[in-house]
Design a protein around this ligand. Structure first.
Ligand SMILES: Cc1cc2nc3c(=O)[nH]c(=O)nc-3n(C[C@H](O)[C@H](O)[C@H](O)COP(=O)(O)OP(=O)(O)OC[C@H]3O[C@@H](n4cnc5c(N)ncnc54)[C@H](O)[C@@H]3O)c2cc1C
Length: 436
């Protein structure tokens, strides 16, 4: 594979753009095809109620080292674009727990000691689970679920409801009864046991397109690479002298030394359908199942303010509520997030918004009716992170054809960080292939 012949990347989400930037840094020419008019994929700006908001609220962690590195590499400033807070769970009137900014394991120990709303037996049980994971002293067979792990480490039901189940569903976008204990353990280890900052919550103060995708596009443009928006790749045609692409019904004249499919997995499956040599990768993708994420925006008068930028909701349909006003956005605008499948799916959007307003009134008594609401449901937000999942590698059975995205092989669930890491791994694989 020659560096002089361009590499085509299909998809300008976090994975595709990370791959493009890494390839450019390694001296490759890249052409990015993106079917939408804006970059960012599942983490992108959307017009909501006349404002530039996101298709869904995203939380990053201090442990997202590759995402932070690439944001800086393309000239953006994560310190300005992200609000960094110590990892905390705020359930007004029920639980206040903030992980201390101390080296592990003191971070959690001190956090649990200072927590309000936990009994001593609940604090001890929480430490039992985390020290078990830290010492690696629990055998998690490939089939264990998070619910199994919680039972094995004798976690009280209230701790599960307030702590472990919300963390599991937010991190893995999969309910504890069906989520992989191994992946849950990987996330907790990296966030809680790495260093004092790894557990920090990083809340975007800008829209998700401006956080990384737009700066990456501008950086690539300045380096002379090609980015083509509003162009959907419909076919991948391996030839003797490279790979050509069918874009919106027309076969392009260019030959590419390599092609990276950086789309969501279900779109990758469609692109692989005509390529029998990639049948094993397609079969792995077709084995994935999906979980939704719903974001409901509710607009209140500007003086409405939550006790913290992000708080938890218990016992209802909503899971977290974000105060966009405290995150550099519109004052009085609250965003309620519901990860994974659940009872909320039975409701019509207006009824769901009404039910969520009722849950917010319980937190902010006297809250007036919302001025407007908008519910955005991403039906296939991520793959279900179930035990024993087989995920495809970035390499395929076809010379020069690669995959990247949040669903490729990784110890982590589908997140921005796994998308970015997959893009970086894919660029490394392309560079290695170019030396063969
Ligand atoms: C509502 C929601 C909330 C989330 N919350 C979090 C969170 O809090 N923290 C976190 O870390 N992660 C979160 N995630 C997950 C995160 O957004 C994804 O893991 C990540 O964005 C996936 O990036 P990707 O590049 O792999 O794929 P995508 O973002 O899906 O990018 C694929 C791109 O390919 C393009 N494309 C598809 N087909 C074609 C084609 N034929 N030709 C050209 N282009 C094509 C698409 O338009 C898209 O731009 C959330 C996801 C959602 C939906």
């Amino acid at each position: 594979m020659s560096q002089a012949t361009p590499i085509a990347i299909i998809g300008a989400g976090y994975a595709g753009l990370s791959c493009a930037v890494e390839l450019a840094l390694r001296g490759f020419a890249v052409t990015v095809f993106e079917s939408s008019r804006i970059p960012g994929g599942r983490a992108r700006v959307a017009a909501v109620g006349g404002f530039a908001l996101d298709n869904g609220q995203h939380i990053l962690l201090g442990a997202y080292s590759e995402t932070l590195r690439l944001i800086r590499r393309v000239g953006a400033n994560p310190e300005r674009l992200l609000l960094r807070l110590p990892l905390g769970l705020h359930y007004p009137g029920e639980l206040e727990l903030t992980v201390a900014r101390l080296p592990p394991p003191l971070n959690l120990m001190v956090g649990l000691l200072r927590a309000r709303g936990l009994s001593w037996s609940e604090r001890i049980a929480a430490l039992r689970l985390t020290s078990t994971l830290r010492r690696n002293s629990v055998r998690l067979d490939g089939g264990s679920t998070v619910a199994d792990l919680l039972a094995t480490t004798r976690q009280p039901a209230r701790l599960n409801r307030l702590l472990w189940e919300p963390i599991c569903v937010s991190a893995l976008n999969t309910p504890a009864e069906s989520a992989s204990a191994q992946v849950f353990a990987n996330v907790l280890r990296d966030a809680l046991f790495a260093d004092a900052q790894a557990a920090d919550l990083l809340l975007p103060r800008t829209d998700l397109t401006r956080l990384f995708p737009q700066p990456a596009v501008e950086w690539l443009n300045r380096q002379g690479h090609k980015l083509l928006f509003g162009e959907s790749v419909r076919g991948i045609l391996p030839e003797a002298d490279g790979i050509s692409l069918r874009v919106d019904g027309q076969v392009r004249p260019e030959r590419y030394a390599g092609v990276v499919i950086a789309t969501a997995p279900y779109h990758a499956s469609t692109l692989l359908a005509d390529l029998p040599q990639a049948a094993p990768e397609k079969a792995l993708i077709d084995g994935l199942t999906w979980e939704p994420i719903v974001t409901a925006y509710l607009a209140y008068p500007p003086e409405v303010r939550l006790p913290a930028p992000m708080i938890g909701i218990t016992g209802g349909l909503g899971q977290w509520v974000f105060d966009r006003g405290q995150l550099g956005g519109v004052s009085g605008l609250l965003a309620v997030v519901i990860s994974a499948s659940g009872r909320h799916q039975a409701l019509q959007r207006d009824d769901l918004a009404q039910a969520l307003h009722g849950e917010l009134v319980a937190i902010l008594p006297g809250l007036p009716a919302p001025q407007w609401t908008q519910v955005i449901a991403e039906k296939r937000a991520t793959f279900s992170c179930v035990p024993g999942l087989l995920r495809p590698s970035v390499q395929t059975g076809i010379d020069g054809l690669f995959l990247c995205g949040d669903y490729t092989q990784s110890p982590y669930p589908a997140t921005l960080e796994s998308a970015v890491r997959s893009g970086v791994a894919c660029a490394q694989a392309i560079e290695a292939a170019s030396h063969q």
